[in-house]
Write a protein that binds this ligand. Structure first.
Ligand code: GDP
Length: 298
């Protein structure tokens, strides 16, 4: 229910357009496909993914001998789902001892996401420790401490300007000493200096390999869905700097550009694992591509 309410704007944007062409065209022709294409692109699904979805749809229409535009609806839904398929989308860090590194540029909602995720894991009965290793930003540590308090979890580090590697080191020692299930680390977000970013992440990963080899490692990138195609650009840049295992798309409640989830799956092959649908601690949902597409067409 909440998934659907959090996606209202995206749904209104994309699906109201679909419905008008499914009923507005008397037969399937080039104009029909062109309008469909326009709606998909406007919904921030991206040109590349859109073209493949339309090609796939055309093939299905032919194979199934479809004549009526209205009968395309189901085939379109399936084409979008197929475009979003990325294979493994497991949440292993919820099952075993793990470290989750969270990356993202200023303002995307990284701190909020870490707080929500900490709250979620805590409510599943897990012992969670936060590592405040994004030491570059002023006040980042304070904000994260507030979230740690809200979620009721322990936090390590947070001194502005301290070495991120040493914060991670300390956080790992704390996680081992307290037998934490999940160590959630706030990490770098300076995309404008990719070399530094790569070095910083490499260093953190080296520390984790050495100090905490038993922990499963997940690397999540937080992106602001309201920025549409810019979010995709950021995701690409981060994926060049590190091995990303999942995406969190924030502010899905405030945007009609939720189609960006399709573009990310299609172009990067990295699953969106969570979406943010509000500012409070409960406003983080697991993302399921099939459910997402169904919700859009509901
Ligand atoms: P950071 O700089 O990346 O750490 O960003 P913050 O976590 O401080 O978030 C920036 C702003 O976005 C804050 O006002 C948050 O309340 C807001 N925000 C974060 N996630 C969401 C979301 O899913 N929905 C909405 N509506 N606002 C969000």
């Amino acid at each position: 229910k909440r998934l659907v309410s959090g996606l209202t704007k995206t749904r209104d944007n994309i699906v109201s357009g679909f419905d008008s062409i499914f009923s507005g065209f008397s037969h399937i022709d080039d104009d029909f496909y062109e309008e469909l294409e326009e709606i998909l692109v406007m919904g921030d699904i991206g040109i590349h993914a859109t073209e493949e979805i339309i090609e796939n749809l055309k093939k299905k229409v032919k194979e199934n001998h479809i004549k009526e535009p209205a009968d395309c609806r189901e085939l379109l839904i399936n084409s979008i789902k197929e475009q979003m398929y990325v294979g493994d989308t497991a949440y292993r860090f919820e099952e075993e001892t793990s470290v989750v590194l969270v990356i993202g540029v200023n303002g995307v909602g990284k701190t909020t996401t870490i707080g929500k995720l900490a709250g979620k894991l805590k409510s599943q009965g897990k012992k969670v420790i936060l590592g405040a290793a994004d030491t570059f930003r002023a006040a980042a540590g304070e904000q994260l401490t507030e979230w740690a308090n809200r979620a009721g979890v322990e936090i390590v580090g947070g001194q502005e300007g301290s070495d991120p590697g040493s914060v991670v080191y300390d956080a790992v020692q704390a996680a081992k000493a307290r037998k934490a299930d999940v160590l959630l680390c706030d990490t770098a977000g300076r995309l404008h200096n990719k070399k530094n970013l790569m070095e910083e992440l490499k260093k953190i990963n080296r520390i984790l390999e050495k100090e905490y080899p038993e922990a499963y490692r997940e690397t999540l990138v937080v992106l602001d869905a309201t920025t549409g195609q810019n979010a995709l650009v950021q995701a690409k840049q981060f994926s060049e700097a590190a091995e990303i295992t999942g995406i969190v798309l924030t502010k899905m409640d405030g945007t009609a550009k939720g189609g960006i989830a399709v573009a990310i799956h299609s172009e990067l092959g990295i699953p969106v694992k969570y979406i943010g649908v509000g500012e409070s601690i409960d406003d983080l949902q697991k993302f399921d591509a099939d459910q997402f597409v169904d919700a859009l067409f509901e």
